[in-house]
Design a protein around this ligand. Structure first.
Ligand code: BGC
Length: 392
């Protein structure tokens, strides 16, 4: 841990706690804390869904200055607040202020995305000889679980105070046939915020019929701060020698080397540098909206997938995952029609998603790593977001 932040946080911890305690008394906010010096979990009302279901926002705060906001609706991450190189804390993910916006026009800001994150071609797949038809919600394809994916479900939330961390366990039962997918699927997503400024996401799922599962977290990052403008000047590194080129509907057509293409991020590169190159793949995605095949052992270990750096603020995020791939989406479809939680309108490239997952359309590509889950098996993946700055 950086010495100056350590000193600062230990100095400010006690007053912060006092301030929070008085907030508890005056505003009726519920707060849980494991020990006097540990992180905290706060819960507050976040309005109601159109059908009257109450929505809550939980805020995990670690023993330093990092915090993460999470809704029981869609498991949505509403904020990730981290310091810059001078200790100024800002929210580095896009979002909305009101539940109505999340419920009616969310382009998956911060969501848990499933049952199948990313696209399934022609909204159908065959498993064990049986064809399953899904909702087509992206041209002829199914995107991010269909019309009402996991991003639009209400999850049960359990607070998980810990030692050196605070967490939330979200649970959802996706019934057999929901959005066309077979099998009752019991899903758990555990968000853990550690005192080392890591947000760890553990996903597990079990099914009672063979099905397909691909879960991810869909935050749009802007390390210079939510609503601060473009993210395309950030430097990105992707630990991937290969990617999956797509057709015009963004369905993978195979696996290719990144060598000599604008998709080579093996060395840190500014996203802006090549995003406007005359390349059919970039035209299809209106920029980067592709799946990179990670360089990693096939052993379920956590391996470095991506590193994102903003030179203006010095903020750096590393992503480590057990997943075989990552979708890098440069916010190409943000078009100035949404006003976000910073009170600013979002334009193209004002946030980017780095979604650890299996390859898109795997159920229709027997040569891709399998996304099939069978009764008796447990789907289990982990992704860790590490935040730090360039100040040594
Ligand atoms: C996809 C984009 C899509 C976006 C929706 C991303 O995961 O790759 O194509 O537009 O999600 O918000």
């Amino acid at each position: 841990m950086r010495k100056d932040i350590e000193e600062l946080s230990s100095r400010t911890r006690a007053p912060r706690r006092l301030a929070m305690m008085s907030a508890v008394i005056s505003a009726g906010i519920a707060m849980t804390s494991a020990t006097a010096d540990a992180g905290t979990i706060e819960k507050r009302d976040f309005g109601k869904l159109p059908d009257g279901t109450p929505v809550f926002e939980y805020t995990l705060t670690n023993a330093k200055s990092m915090s993460v906001g999470v809704l029981n609706y869609g498991g949505i991450i509403t904020s990730i607040k981290v310091p810059d190189r001078d200790g100024n804390v800002d929210n580095v993910v896009l979002g909305f202020r009101k539940i109505d916006d999340y419920a009616t026009k969310n382009p998956y800001f911060g969501t848990i995305t499933g049952r199948y994150a990313n696209r399934i071609a022609n909204a159908k797949f065959t498993l064990d000889g049986q064809e399953y038809n899904l909702a087509a919600n992206n041209g002829p394809n199914s995107l991010h679980g269909g019309q009402k994916g996991f991003d639009k479900q209400v999850w049960d939330v359990k607070e998980m105070p810990g030692d050196g961390s605070v967490g939330l366990e979200l649970a959802y039962r996706s019934p057999d046939g929901e959005e066309g997918y077979p099998g009752n699927l019991d899903v758990k997503v555990l968000y853990t915020l550690t005192d080392d400024d890591e947000l760890r996401i553990d996903y597990t799922a079990v099914t009672d019929k063979p099905t397909v599962v691909n879960l991810t977290s869909h935050s749009y990052f802007n390390l210079a701060g939510n609503g601060s403008g473009t993210v395309l000047d950030h430097k990105l590194t992707l630990n991937a020698d290969r990617y999956t080129p797509v057709d015009a509907g963004l369905i993978p057509t195979g696996v290719e080397s990144v060598e000599g293409t604008p998709f080579d991020f093996r060395q840190p590169a500014r996203i802006n540098d090549r995003i406007r190159e005359s390349d059919e793949q970039l035209v299809y995605g209106r920029g980067y909206d592709h799946n990179w095949v990670l360089n990693r052992p096939n052993d379920g270990s956590l391996a470095l997938a991506a590193r994102l750096e903003d030179e203006k603020t010095g903020r750096i995020m590393e992503i480590h995952t057990t997943e075989p791939a990552i979708q890098f989406y440069a916010g190409n479809f943000l078009d100035g029609t949404l006003v976000g939680s910073a009170g600013k309108m979002y334009r193209q490239g004002d946030g980017l998603a780095l979604e650890t997952q299996h390859y898109p359309d795997s159920p229709n590509h027997p040569d891709f790593p399998s996304t099939v889950l069978r009764p008796g098996e447990t789907y289990k993946t982990t992704t860790v977001h590490r935040f730090f700055t360039d100040k040594i």
